[in-house]
Design a protein around this ligand. Structure first.
Ligand code: HEC
Ligand code: HEC
Ligand code: HEC
Ligand code: HEC
Length: 127
């Protein structure tokens, strides 16, 4: 291998390593949204990497921005669900709680995998 190619390869590997670190740090494990003041339930368990990477579920199953009825979401767009879904339903947009429950529970029931009882999704915090 030529020296220049070798350098490019090394630079690439370092880049991948840094990207991997940043990615791992960003890994979501649970959701606890500020809009729910006076929470009734503990934060919902949600391993993002398990869903997006290990199970390989299409990003668009959960993330969306609709333009002319088409889902045009990509990584550069808003991923925070409560950026659009508020406490109360608004026009076609369901309330935030319903949006989460519909998205999560419908798939778990359909796939017959993953939790679907309140206590499994909102586990008591370990003390
Ligand atoms: C099973 C549902 C689901 C899948 C599949 C999914 N996501 Fe997410 N993603 C979420 C939820 C829920 C959140 C948290 C949103 C919130 O807090 O309102 C989130 C958050 C994010 C965030 C914000 C991260 C942060 O640290 O704030 C990014 C970026 C993201 N997702 C990208 C992706 C990409 C890229 C894919 C596909 C490779 C993907 N997601 C697949 C549900 C999903
Ligand atoms: C950019 C604004 C926006 C964001 C961000 C957003 N939604 Fe939505 N969502 C909408 C709109 C608008 C609708 C209604 C679409 C329609 O029926 O025409 C909708 C509909 C839904 C529905 C009903 C079924 C469907 O897919 O149409 C669910 C469930 C849902 N959203 C969950 C989520 C979840 C979970 C997240 C975060 C991962 C999220 N939404 C992020 C705007 C948004
Ligand atoms: C499109 C399908 C799909 C959607 C949407 C989805 N899940 Fe899942 N989820 C799965 C599947 C499949 C499993 C089972 C994985 C297994 O057992 O191998 C799972 C497993 C889980 C688990 C158990 C993880 C473990 O360690 O066993 C939790 C917690 C979970 N999901 C939370 C959520 C939450 C919260 C949401 C909504 C923000 C959500 N899921 C949305 C498909 C989905
Ligand atoms: C598949 C997972 C899942 C199941 C099952 C589920 N939830 Fe949730 N729930 C969520 C997610 C995700 C959120 C939004 C993230 C958060 O907790 O802030 C949420 C939010 C909530 C909220 C708003 C926040 C709060 O604490 O005030 C309430 C209330 C709630 N859920 C009650 C319930 C009840 C009651 C059941 C059983 C009938 C239930 N959930 C079943 C995932 C789930």
């Amino acid at each position: 291998m030529k020296k220049k190619n070798m350098l490019i390869l090394i630079a690439g590997l370092i880049g991948l390593f840094i990207f991997g670190l940043a990615y791992a740090q960003d890994d979501i494990q649970s959701l606890e949204h500020d809009i729910f003041m006076n929470r009734e339930r503990p934060a919902a368990a949600f391993p993002h990497a398990l869903h997006a990477d290990d199970l390989g579920i299409d990003c668009l199953e959960c993330h969306h921005i609709y333009k002319d009825g088409e889902n045009v979401w990509d990584e550069s767009e808003l991923s925070d669900c409560t950026g659009c879904h508020s406490l109360e339903a608004d026009g076609k947009k369901m309330s935030a709680m319903r949006a989460f429950h519909t998205n999560c529970k419908d798939c778990h029931l359909k796939e017959n995998k993953g939790p679907y009882t309140c206590g499994e999704c909102h586990p008591k915090k370990k003390k």
